[in-house]
Design a protein around this ligand. Sequence first.
Ligand code: F6P
Length: 445
Amino acid sequence: MLRLDLANVLSERIGPKGIDWPSALAAHAQRLEAARDALWQRKSDPAEFLGWIDVPEDTETLRRVLRFREAQAWVEDLVVLGIGGSALGAQAVAAALGKGPVRLHFVDNVEPEPILELLRKLEPHKTLVNVISKSGSTAETMAAFLAFRRWLEDRLGPDWKRHVVVTTDPAKGVLRPYAQAEGLPAFEVPRAVGGRFSVTCPVGTLPLAFAEVDLENLLAGARKANEQARAALEHNLPAQTALLHHLFSQKGQNIVVFMPYSTRLRYLPDWFVQLHDESLGKMRDRAGQEVRTGTTAVRAIGTTDQHAQVQLFREGPHDKLINFVRLLNPSEDLEIPAVRGLEALDYLFGKSFFKLLDAEAKATAHALAKAGQPNYTLTLEQLDAYHLGWLLQHLMWQTAFLGELWNINAFDQPGVELGKEYTYALMGRRGWESLAQELRAEGVE
Ligand SMILES: O=P(O)(O)OC[C@H]1O[C@](O)(CO)[C@@H](O)[C@@H]1O
C-alpha cells in the first residue's frame, strides 16, 4: 500500500498554518474531479504529452527490452549517457533496487575529469553505452556520445556498433537516423512522453533491466497509481496530495521539501525536483496570461538531513510544505548490540536499526508539527519494485493534477531554452553567429 498520513497539516495539530481537510476536500471536489476527467479525456491526444499514463500498460515494449538485455549477457558495465529526465528516473530506481553484477554509470555532466576517470577504468569489450536523448540534440549528451563512440571505435574497430544502444524519439532528432544508418539497436521514447515522465518507458526500463530490477512489478505499481488517479476523490491519492500542495502554496508555503527516510531512495529527490520544478514553474498559463506559478522543490534525506536542514525547517521561516516518505517495513534488519562500558547507550541495546529509523522519522515529523510547520507523510508498505513504481507514477499524477489546478501546461519547459541557445552561440554553432555577436556586446564570451 501507498498511504497518506496528513495529521500534521491539520489545524487542530499545527494551529493557524493548518487546514480543515474535510471542508477543503469538499470545497475543491468539483475542481479536482474536473481536473481528473480532463486529464483522462486528453490522454490520447499526442499534443498533450500524457502518453506516460499508458506506458505502464505497454508490456510488449517491456518484453523487447528484456529480450535485448538477455542477448547482452557479456555486459559488465552499462554507461548511460543522458541528462535530466533521460537519466534521473533510472538512477533513482537503480540506487533503490538495483542488483549486480552489471555496474551502472550515469554520465550527466560535461565536466572532463569524471568522464576521463570513467573512461580510464572501463574495459571496452565489456561495456555497453546507452545514449538516451528524447530530442537527440542535448549538447551534454551528444558531447558524451561523441567521446564514448570514438573511445569504443579506437579500441574495438568496427565492433563498436555492438556496444551502443540508442533510446530516442521515434522520428525527431539526429540519433534516430544515425542509429538507422549505422545499424544500431534503438528503443523509443514515445512521442507523447516527456523526459521527466519517461521512467517507465525504455528510458528507464532499459538501464534498469541491466540492474536486474523487477520491471514487471515496477509497471504493475505504476498501473496501481493510474487506478487511483481515475478513482473518486476519497480514493484518489494524487488528487488529494495535489490539493495539499495547492492549498499550502496559497498560504505562502512556496517551498516543497521532498524527504524520504531512506538512503536507498537517495536519488529520488533529484528525480522529484526535476519533475516538480520543470513542470510547475511557469510564467504563463494556458491562456497566455502571466501567472508565475511554482513552488521550489528541495531535496533532503532522512535521517541524514536532520543534522543539516531540520534546524531551519523548524525554526526558520515556515514557508515550506514538507513531504516525508517513510517505509513501513524493512527488507532486512540489523540489531544494535549491547556493549559493556557503554551503558549510557542502553536505550539502543537490542533495538533494531529500522526501529531507530522509524522513530527518527516520526519524531521529526511531530517536532515540526509542534512548531507549526506543516508536513505530511507518504508511507510505503516496503521498498520494492511494485511500491516504487506506484510512488513514481503517483508523483507524476500529482504534478499533472497541479498543472490542471493552476491552469498551466505542466509538460513543456520553455524556460530552459534560452540558456541552450546561448550555449550554442558560445560554442560557435552554425546559424547562431548573430546571437554570439549579441552576447559579446553584452560582455559574455
Ligand atoms: O532527453 P533530452 O532531449 O536529451 O532532454 C534532456 C532533458 O533536457 C530538458 O529538455 C531540459 O532541461 C529536460 O526536460 C529533459 O529531461
